[in-house]
Design a protein around this ligand. Sequence first.
Ligand SMILES: Nc1ncnc2c1ncn2[C@@H]1O[C@H](COP(=O)(O)OP(=O)(O)O)[C@@H](O)[C@H]1O
Ligand SMILES: [Mg+2]
Length: 314
Amino acid sequence: MERIGMITKETGIHNSEKMNNLMNLAARIAKFPTTVLIEGETGVGKEIMANWIHHNSNRNNMPLIKINCGAIPEGLIESELFGYEKGAFTGAKQEGSPGIFEQANKGTIFLDEIGELTSPMQVKILRVIQDHEVRRVGGSWSKIIDVRIIAATNQKLENLVEEGEFRKDLYYRLKVAHFVIPPLRDRREDIEPLIKYFISTYNKEYELKKWFNSEAIGALLKYDYHGNVRELRNIVEIACITSINDEVTPRDLPEYLFKNKVFQTGNSLSNTVEEAEKKAILNALRQENSIRKAAKLLEISNATMLRKMKKYGI
Ligand SMILES: Nc1ncnc2c1ncn2[C@@H]1O[C@H](COP(=O)(O)OP(=O)(O)O)[C@@H](O)[C@H]1O
Ligand SMILES: [Mg+2]
């Protein structure tokens, strides 16, 4: 069972307009007690946003308690969330125990991986949101609580609703304020400041003097990070730890960064042209919502577009 505990005040590093806008909006809604739903691929910074919202709320001197709904065995989740009275089940503590909703009273509760909740638990959470009260397992009375709920998921909850896996009423109750954090590869301006931040973090933490040469930085800037910021962080940490010299070079980076990519170190003309071409294609694809329209924008044929996309692994 993963029980993450209290928070550190972390705002995260971001530079892209997308993230600046999202974090500013999050700081504004933080002042209100509304329920928040944060969606985004794994490692994009959902927990950081939850910290940021709590930090900017007027509950920030009260606890932020985090729980990973996907990591608690089904039989324990109810008592973990709502607590239990003495004798509620075998192995229960003599004096009973408060659940995290009670512990987070006046503060915030972060329900991570909310999409993993079983449907009986979804009903119970819905009831807490509607009635503002919790009842311990085996208890005969309810306690009024005042908790701000922030839920997060790396699945698109709307799809789960369509598939009948997640209650529609709960979905709408949760997404009063709804944030979708884009993948790191869709906000590339964040990559460089994050690299710098992680290098300095690990230099401090491990008393190192590592610096990444421009080829290494270049390779990191080009990669797609399906594990998002978490993956970038891990790559930087491992490179800092394993490089023999203070200068970190592409050789110190994992090989998979260079697979299926048109990437060579150096600044040859063809390399530069290919980079520009790839960038133009990615930009066009971002602007238009179909390959055909993007090809038209670039004034190339559909077939050429497809061929080039294949070449660049887009
Ligand atoms: N903007 C950011 N600035 C600094 N570190 C970040 C940022 N976003 C994510 N991280 C780091 O990346 C890792 C994953 O972030 P987390 O918030 O746990 O992502 P998620 O909850 O979406 O999986 C953590 O180590 C976190 O500190
Ligand atoms: Mg997380």
